[in-house]
Design a protein. Structure first.
Length: 113
């Protein structure tokens, strides 16, 4: 199983980014996927999830600002991040649900002026 996150970068507060999670080694269309963040000095946090049927969940901190979606043909899950805040700064990672023990490489998101 490989899940690679990419699309991060440096953005000003109020800006937007779209992250992508490319998956391989799984039956993607039947697998739920979650986005997580890892900030310095903090525990890993769940940001959003999407089931195989398209049902979504969002952490309170990102509701109304982030949107998770999936493209089964491309085996990719996206995280559209709008109205970004400095506290969104973190490494963002994706994983299956239930969690696979091996995490792929995350992508750094830095929100700063």
């Amino acid at each position: 199983v490989q899940l690679q996150a990419y699309g991060g970068g440096l953005v000003q507060p109020g800006g937007s980014l779209r992250l992508s999670c490319a998956a391989s080694g799984i039956i993607f269309s039947t697998t739920a996927i979650g986005w997580y963040l890892l900030a310095p000095g903090k525990r890993r946090e769940l940001v959003a999830t999407i089931t195989s049927g398209g049902s979504t969940y969002y952490a309170d901190s990102v509701k109304g600002r982030f949107t998770i979606s999936r493209d089964n043909a491309k085996k990719t899950v996206y995280l559209q991040m709008n109205s970004l805040k400095p506290e969104d700064t973190a490494v963002y990672l994706c994983n299956t649900l239930p969690l696979h023990p091996i995490w792929g490489q995350g992508t750094q998101v830095t929100v700063s002026s």
